[in-house]
Design a protein around this ligand. Structure first.
Ligand code: UDP
Ligand code: MG
Length: 337
């Protein structure tokens, strides 16, 4: 009799027992964090140091212009068994950095974490504990309870969640961050998504899996400053909407249909007035207003079509999401088991 056990069963068994083979990968994007990486690693070591599992920290230097890479090289030389470093040839953005980390991390359980200690390592440990205690759970996602940000930013963020949840079939949880602990199958599912414009929050919802939300309070940034200006955030929000719904394109069709219908009705009214009541329809102001209104509406909808088209154009070029200039303590393809 042959005994067949699926890899996922073995994986479940391993995590049920909570045995030592579990490797935990922390994926940490860094952009101009020269004063942040050493305290970050120190905090991680003090929290995970005595744990019953092994861990690795995959730092991704996203084209920093300061001494971040120098700091990472030093950490990698001091802790070659734990610290791995990927360094990009330029700044490709946080999403590209998360993807690169995901592609290189070897862990059975993985975690996305910011380098500025706003995502406290002890919360990551709690989330890991939750995941290991519940074999049916695939992902634990930290949700910011209280956001210490400007009122306008909060208002825009809340509006974004309202709009995208109305437009998209995928559910977006307000305040849910990239700060997540998830199992290997979730990582593999994320890696199977090959789109260029990556919007992690949405991708996690799109791939599905059993997810628990873990409320937490983000710590203040330890050093440096946030890389997200309002404009950058709005562009990111637009990327999210355009990646997860085609409703704006449909809105153009509906708006076109409604205005055509209204114009036919108005045409009939004008013809009847002229033929049966001999009323001349004066209307210079009306005509100018209508031309301007419809000119604007047409440009707006052409703009929406253009935004989608631009994304198709970029995707069809099949450019990689990032270019690696240097990697430290990373196995190359040939060395991988
Ligand atoms: N980050 C990155 N590339 C970028 C911008 C940010 O790798 O182009 C990293 C940054 O170093 C940090 C994380 O992404 O580790 C979150 O960035 P930040 O703290 O600026 O965002 P916030 O916490 O203000 O949302
Ligand atoms: Mg931050």
């Amino acid at each position: 009799m042959r005994l067949s056990i699926a890899a996922s069963d073995i994986y479940c068994l391993k995590s049920k027992i909570g045995c030592v083979e579990v490797l935990f990968s922390l994926i940490v994007p860094c952009f101009n964090e020269e004063n942040g990486v050493a305290p970050f690693f120190e905090a991680v070591r003090s929290v995970f140091g005595g744990a019953d599992f092994s861990y690795e920290v995959v730092f991704v230097n996203d084209g920093s212009a300061d001494g971040t890479l120098r700091g990472l090289r030093k950490l990698a030389a001091e802790q070659p068994d734990i610290v791995r470093v990927i360094s990009f040839s330029r700044n490709f953005g946080k999403e590209a950095a998360l993807l690169a980390g995901l592609q290189q991390a070897k862990g059975d359980i993985l975690c996305f974490m910011d380098a500025d200690l706003q995502h406290p390592p002890d919360i990551a440990l709690d989330m890991l504990g939750k995941l290991r205690a519940a074999p049916n759970l695939d992902c634990v996602c930290a949700v910011q309870e209280e956001r210490s940000e400007r009122r306008l930013t909060r208002l825009l963020k809340n509006s974004f969640y309202k709009i995208i949840n109305k437009l998209s079939d995928v559910r977006f949880v307000s305040g849910a961050s990239d700060f997540r602990v998830f199992r290997r199958p979730v990582a593999n599912a994320l890696l199977s998504v090959t789109e260029y414009y990556r919007f992690s929050k949405g991708l996690f919802s799109w791939v599905g899996f059993e997810t628990e939300y873990y409320p937490y309070r983000a710590a203040p940034r330890r050093s440096g400053e946030s890389k997200w200006s309002l404009i950058k955030l709005m562009r990111y929000a637009l990327d999210g909407i355009l990646s997860f719904t085609t409703v704006p394109l449909r809105a153009a069709v509906v708006a076109g249909l409604i205005t055509s219908l209204l114009s036919i009705i108005y045409l009939l009214v004008v013809v009847v007035q002229k033929l049966f009541f001999s009323i001349d329809v004066p209307g210079y102001a009306t005509i100018v207003t209508l031309i301007l209104f419809f000119g604007g509406a047409q440009l707006f909808f052409i703009g929406i079509v253009g935004e989608y088209l631009a994304r198709v154009f970029t995707q069809t070029k099949h450019r990689p999401a990032y270019i690696i200039r240097e990697s430290i303590n990373i196995q190359t393809e040939g060395e991988k088991s």
